[in-house]
Write a protein that binds this ligand. Structure first.
Ligand code: 5AD
Length: 364
C-alpha cells in the first residue's frame, strides 16, 4: 500500500468502503497471527516521571498528582495474579523515573519474575540510558515498549521538550532496543493537535520501515493539567487537515497497521476502550488487533496513574455485568492465547527454533 492509498483510507467515510477495510484487516489478522487473543497483565508500578511531555498527566510539572511507587512485594502480588489468571506476559510500566538505585531494583525484579514464573516480561519505562536497557535485557527482560508518538519531527519536538539540554530521540532508542535483542514495540497517538493525515500515513509507513514486533495506537485524550489542554498552545492546521482523535480513525489506523505489518502483535488499547467502551475494544479485535492488556494495578494506585482522564478498565466494567474477558473473547469466535504470545514478526526475524514450536502449537 502506498502513501496516497493510506491517506485515502484515513479520509474514507463511506461505510461500505470501510467495511471492505475491516474485512481485509480481519483476514490478514487471521492468516498471519491466528485467532488467539493474547492477554498481557499490565502493572503500573510507579507514576513518578522526570519527563515533560506536553500531553501526559504524569509529566513532572503536574504538581496536582499524588505520586506513588509500589514496593517489590506489592508488584509480585500482581505478577502472581497474572500467573493464576493464565496470562503469558506481564507488562511493567511506569513514568520515566530515573531515581538513584531504581535501575538496579528493576534488574532484581526482572530476575525474580523470570526465576519464579514462566512469564514473558515486557518493560515500558520510558526513555532510558543504553546501559539501563542493556542491564534489564541481561536480567531477562523479553520486550520493550516505547511509542515514537509521531514521525513528524517538528511536531514531536514541540510536544517533547528537551530534558537537561538533551533532545529526546525515541527513534534512536528503538534502534538500541533492537540491537539488544528485545522484541520491540512502539506506536503513536491519533489526533495529536497539529497532526495531519499525511503525518499519520507516514507514521503507519514508519511502523513497517522499523519492522516493529508490537504496535500500540490510541486516540489522544486531553488531560486538563497539561500544556496541550490550553487551546492557545495548539497549532491550527488548514481545514480538514487535522486528524480527529476519534474512535473511527483509531479503527482505521489499527486496520491499516495490520495490513502493512501483518505479523505484528497489535493491542486494542486502553485509550480506545476509554472512548469506545466494551464495543470499542471488541471492534478493535475485529479490525486487526490480537492483544488486550487487562490492568492488574491495585485500584488505589491505578487511579493515580493518570496519563489521561477516565482511563477505562475493561475487566472491572465486564465484571460489574457478570461477564469476563475470556467469555467476551469466546463470543467473538476467538480463543484466549496460550503461552507467552511472542510476536510472529519477532520469531520470524530470529528464524529460531521457537518459531517452529509456535507454529506447531497453533496447528494443534
Ligand atoms: N492521551 C492519549 N494517550 C496518551 N499517552 C500519554 N498521554 C496521553 C494522552 N493524554 C500515551 C502515549 C504514551 C503512552 C504510555 O500513553 O502514547 O507513550
Amino acid at each position: 500500500m502506498n502513501h496516497r492509498e493510506i491517506v485515502a483510507w484515513l479520509r474514507q467515510s463511506d461505510p461500505a468502503r470501510l467495511d471492505e477495510l475491516w474485512h481485509r484487516a480481519d483476514d490478514a489478522r487471521r492468516r498471519f497471527v491466528g485467532d488467539e487473543v493474547h492477554l498481557r497483565g499490565l502493572i503500573e508500578f510507579s507514576n513518578h516521571c522526570a519527563g515533560r511531555c506536553e500531553y501526559c498527566g504524569l509529566r513532572a510539572a503536574n504538581r496536582k498528582l499524588t505520586r506513588y511507587r509500589m514496593s517489590e512485594a506489592e508488584i509480585m502480588v500482581c505478577v502472581h495474579q497474572a500467573v493464576s489468571l493464565g496470562y503469558g506476559t506481564v507488562v511493567l510500566q511506569s513514568g520515566d523515573d530515573p531515581n538513584a538505585g531504581a535501575a538496579d531494583r528493576m534488574s532484581r525484579l526482572v530476575r525474580r519474575i523470570k526465576t519464579e514464573t514462566p512469564l514473558a516480561v515486557t518493560l515500558s519505562l520510558g526513555e532510558r540510558s543504553d546501559e539501563e536497557l542493556a542491564a534489564w535485557r541481561d536480567a531477562g527482560a523479553d520486550r520493550y515498549l516505547l511509542r515514537f508518538e509521531t514521525s513528524n519531527r517538528a511536531l514531536y519536538d514541540r510536544i517533547h521538550p528537551a530534558r537537561d539540554g538533551a533532545v529526546s530521540d525515541r527513534l534512536a532508542l528503538l534502534g538500541t532496543l533492537e540491537r539488544l535483542g528485545y522484541e520491540v514495540g512502539s506506536g503513536v497517538m491519533i489526533g495529536i493537535p497539529g497532526q495531519s493525515h499525511d503525518d499519520l500515513a507516514r507514521d503507519i509507513e514508519r511502523f513497517a520501515a522499523l519492522d516493529l514486533d508490537m504496535i500500540g495506537v490510541g486516540p489522544y485524550l486531553v488531560h486538563p493539567n497539561t500544556p496541550l489542554a490550553d487551546p492557545s498552545r495548539r497549532p491550527v492546521l488548514d481545514d480538514g487537515e487535522q486528524v480527529p482523535a476519534d474512535e473511527l480513525t483509531t479503527y482505521k489506523v489499527i486496520a491499516l497497521t495490520r495490513l502493512v505489518c501483518p505479523r505484528a502483535n497489535i493491542p486494542a488499547t486502553t485509550a480506545l476502550a476509554t472512548i469506545g467502551g466494551q464495543a470499542g475494544w471488541e471492534s478493535g479485535l475485529e479490525r486487526g488487533a490480537n492483544v488486550i492488556m487487562p490492568n492488574l494495578t491495585p485500584p488505589h494506585y491505578r487511579r493515580l496513574y493518570d496519563i489521561y482522564p477516565d482511563k477505562a478498565c475493561i475487566a472491572d466494567a465486564l465484571e460489574a455485568r457478570g461477564e469476563s474477558i475470556p467469555k467476551r473473547i469466546a463470543a467473538l469466535g476467538r480463543s484466549v492465547g496460550n503461552g507467552r504470545g511472542d510476536s510472529p514478526n519477532y520469531l520470524q526475524k530470529k528464524g529460531s527454533e521457537l518459531f517452529f514450536v509456535a507454529l506447531c502449537d497453533r496447528g494443534k
